[in-house]
Design a binder for this molecule. Structure first.
Ligand code: NAD
Length: 483
């Protein structure tokens, strides 16, 4: 093993806590070259971070919004200045290509800039009053201390989606990133520290899921925003709501793309392949089912197969590589088992990527053909596998698209405006894309899912992001003198 090159510590109350046991962060593309070591916290570490956030709460909440916005703008600028360092750590720890990581770092910086701007717009409302002289006005108060628990698949962007609006609204944060990407998180926390956030406003704790549980169950944490898997998310929902805390969940997906016979393949093929296989299929919005309607099936399968075969899989740090490895050996085993089960159930392998290296965390993107009887047609396998299914009618296609417990994103490829209108109204998904991949969203528009893909809290991103992080109070204000 080569010597660790970087070190991750906890950031608690403005201090870097560089003590306690250590763990190694691995590189899924180069198993014998670990990325570095990090401190492994426990429930007590989480408790210290919550205490620091509680202590900082009053000062940050009473900091004028303009001053808060200036710090958020500094975070954005510093993140841009350090984008290459952060993106490199992301690729080394998570495996995605360096181009994908650079994109994430740029969008995360932009997210802080957006919420700095948003904090200068009013979230208050004025209502008419039947009482002469009275004003009815809503004001927003910060929630208080917010637990932010994030997954490894977007280790730069998802924390930004949550932390930027939380800070803009005057909250203090205890952030627990996924244990696959601790050094990326530590690099981001250094940006927060260097940008001049007061001590305790953002606290970073590194460690396993059990540490997340200590955040979720602590009465001092007013709200928890979580992105990750369904079982963990539902457990968090139950724990937080049992103590009457507020919870926001963004969970899994099983996203369909409907393709009709008037599609332009020059538009649909690249969008379908990017949606299914981009970021090694490790996106909650990845295209898991491609629903071919009627006669389009044969040519669609042929063209998709050609594109999938030609993808380039390899170490994400190498130029020209389009698809990196899966995040960990455990993930590689899970995805391989999902594929084996699908084949055993009768799925036909239409194409696999020819350039994929053998072994380790590398996995050849795979296009399957099959029906709804396959387990993979219903359950999320978090990797680059997508299944093409044939249906004969438009009604059948819409029914099949909605035949899932999830409702995160959906695409439709057609030029028929009536069908597009139907899709926008009838597809049960929080994100609907027309002639575009199921993946990819804009940070200034609301994001979230339906059904088992989300909880019931306000949407993330855009101008609605602030709703989760604030309490609305309604004030009835009358003059204090009689007239
Ligand atoms: P995960 O649920 O295993 O872990 C997510 C986070 O929760 C990690 O930080 C983990 O350490 C922590 N955690 C684990 N157990 C916990 C517990 N008992 N209490 C508190 N925290 C705990 O998910 P993952 O493997 O990191 O991410 C992949 C999943 O995330 C996929 O299902 C994917 O669809 C989903 N995802 C959803 C979205 C979305 O916006 N809907 C975005 C990205 C990923």
């Amino acid at each position: 093993m080569t010597a660790p090159s970087v070190f991750g510590a906890h950031l608690i109350g403005g201090e870097w806590i560089d003590s306690g046991p250590t763990a190694v962060s691995d590189n899924p593309a180069r198993p014998d070259e670990p990325v570095g070591e990090y401190r492994l916290g426990d429930s007590a570490t989480a408790g210290d971070a919550i205490s620091a956030a509680v202590d900082a709460r009053a000062v940050w909440a009473s900091t004028p919004f303009g001053a808060r916005a200036r710090i958020l703008e500094r975070i954005a600028s510093l993140m841009e200045a350090r984008a290459e360092e952060i993106a490199t750590l992301c690729t080394l720890e998570e495996g995605k290509t360096i181009a994908e990581s650079r994109g994430e770092a740029a969008l995360a910086a932009e997210t802080f800039r957006f919420h700095a701007g948003m904090s200068k717009t009013s979230t208050e409302r004025i209502f008419p009053s039947p009482t002469p002289g009275e004003t009815i006005r809503t004001v927003r108060a910060p929630l208080g201390v917010v637990g932010v628990i994030t997954p490894w698949n977007f280790p730069i962007q998802i924390p930004a989606w949550k932390i930027a609006p939380a800070l803009a609204a005057g909250n203090c944060v205890v952030w627990k990133p996924a244990s696959n990407t601790p050094l990326t998180a530590a690099a981001i926390a250094r940006v927060f520290d260097d940008a001049g956030l007061p001590a305790g406003v953002v606290n970073l704790v590194l460690g396993p899921g059990s540490m997340g549980n200590a955040i979720v169950t602590d009465e001092r944490v007013d709200g928890v925003t979580f992105t990750g898997s369904v079982p963990v998310g539902f457990g968090i929902r139950d724990a937080v709501t049992a103590r009457n805390g507020r919870v926001q969940l963004e969970l899994g997906g099983h996203n369909p793309a409907l393709v009709f016979d008037d599609t332009d393949f020059a538009v649909s093929i690249p969008a379908l392949v990017a949606g299914a296989m981009g970021a090694t299929g490790q996106k909650c919005t990845a295209t898991r089912r491609i629903i071919a309607v009627g006669n389009v099936y044969d040519e669609l399968v042929e063209r998709l197969a050609e594109a999938v075969r030609g993808l380039s899989v390899g170490d994400g740090m190498h130029e020209g590589v389009g698809i990196g490895p899966l995040v960990s050996p455990g993930a590689a085993t899970e995805v391989a088992e999902g594929l084996a089960a699908a084949k055993a159930e009768g799925a036909e392998v239409v194409a696999t990527t020819e350039s994929a290296p053998d072994g380790g965390c590398f996995f050849a993107p795979t296009l399957l053909a099959g029906g709804t009887d396959l387990t993979i047609a219903h359950e999320e396998i978090f990797g680059p596998i997508s299944t093409v299914m044939r249906v004969d009618t438009e009604d059948g296609a819409f029914a099949l698209a909605n035949d899932t417990e999830f409702g995160l994103s959906a695409s439709i490829f057609t030029n028929d405006l009536w069908r597009i209108d139907r899709a926008v109204h009838e597809l049960q998904a929080g994100v609907i894309k027309v002639n575009a991949p199921t993946t990819g969203t804009e940070l200034h528009a609301p994001f979230g899912g339906e059904k088992a893909s989300s909880g019931h809290a306000a949407r993330e991103q855009g101008d609605t992001a602030v709703d989760f992080f604030t309490r609305t109070r309604t004030a009835y204000i009358r003059p204090g003198t009689a007239r």
